[in-house]
Design a protein around this ligand. Sequence first.
Ligand code: BYC
Length: 465
Amino acid sequence: MAIDYQSRIPNNVDLSSDRALQRALEHWQPAFLDWWKELGPTTYQGHEVYLRTATSVDAKGWATFGRVKMPDYRWGIFLADKQENRTIGFGEHQGKPVWQQVPGEYRSALRRLIVTQGDTEPASVEQQRLLALTAPSLYDMRNLFQVNVEEGRHLWAMVYLLHAYFGRDGREEAEEMLHRHSGDVDNPRILGTFNEPIDDWLSFYMFAYFTDRDGKYQLKSLAESGFDPLARTCSFMLTEEAHHMFVGETGIARIIKRTLDEMQKLGTDDPETLRKTGVMDLHLLQRYINFWYSSALDLFGAEISSNAATYFANGLKGRPDEGSYEDHDCSTSFEDVETPAGLEQVATRNAMNLITRNAYVRDCGIGLTRWNRLIAKAGFGIELKLPSERFNRNGGLWAGHHYGTDGQPCSPEAVLAALPSEADRIYVKSLMVGVTEPGKCANWTSPPDRGINNMSFDFDYVRAA
Ligand code: BYC
């Protein structure tokens, strides 16, 4: 269905045919805008930003670029096109037609999944609120804002589902999305990582690389859902998500390139020597990888989870790329799961969080291979690595134990030593200075290979109105 751009809320769900729903969402809209102005990006709300906006859900041609003030961004409701005769692809209802309404018995489980997903979106905007002040270039500032407005749209996507399919409870949950806040002691965001502040750009790139990628895998699992409106909305969200991970991967690659320049000039990888030139040494990057990766692993939930088994059995949440598996029932098979007490045979359905996480881990490795290629090409023997999945875990089987990045038992001090130290954080923060002259970038990074939408790096991606 074509996108209706004339209504107050752009949509491709024929919102104007359901007056009550339209009114309810139009009532939520000013609260969203108030939240955006208060807790969205600081200082630049009145600037014109070169942003892409969704104008169709066609995989090839949905993005339209133009200068927009962020509060005027056309946040809307876009679902991927309906597939005729789609059937449930896994679990106990496999082969039956997908649900267009919420089945009564799964109402609370579905609501919970949608609320958990929705909650992460505004959380990330809140976490990144102040970053624009220290953007290393206008290009980066624009990318930050692009990510932020799209996370805002992803909130809209979940709020639409809550309003359209969950009645009064759904409307209350939608209100709550704007009342919980990242890091709020009394009313925090639901998942751990989303309460960590992101107040430097290294953390932002790490978040976009590791945490957004969890988003990709969760959305892929939900895109398989037997509840068709959820599947369709997550399918479209995935098309927006790719840019966020690109920002993370290239952001870290650009830092590495800049550091390698200095390493080649000075002929050393010594952190102290390199820090005198104001770049981020590779050992420091490794500690940030250790932190953000281990924190992202916690987001998948416990390796052995009866919740995950129930979601799968009921057809609510599948595995990413469910079609690539042979067995979609999984009620008679087992997985070998490593636990602190040794290998354990676990019913496949109960290991769904781990199966999803394994796909994520493989995907995380791709960027590391690219970064390591840059390092090797520059003639250095250092390799960035993903730490063991046992390292620094706060959830699941390995939580409460101390394992090193190599997966071997170690002291609590050794765990701490592999994470960013206070001195690392202070150093990284000391490098953060805003660079707002078009075509220039901060000393600790390097310009990107190309700009956005074929524009050059020196294009004024953000400008005063
Ligand atoms: N922190 O059986 P368990 C994104 C709770 S990111 C706090 O281990 P289960 C994005 C869990 O809720 C993707 N609590 O795992 C990225 C449960 O509570 P109850 C977000 C946690 O149930 C960047 C209990 O612990 N989307 O989109 O399978 C920027 C035991 O649960 C955590 C989703 O997560 C945690 N880390 O839950 C912007 C998809 N982990 O029921 C956006 C929706 C677990 O006992 N969520 N708990 O009270 C889900 O599918 C599932 O809720 C989880 C795993 C993946 C979180």
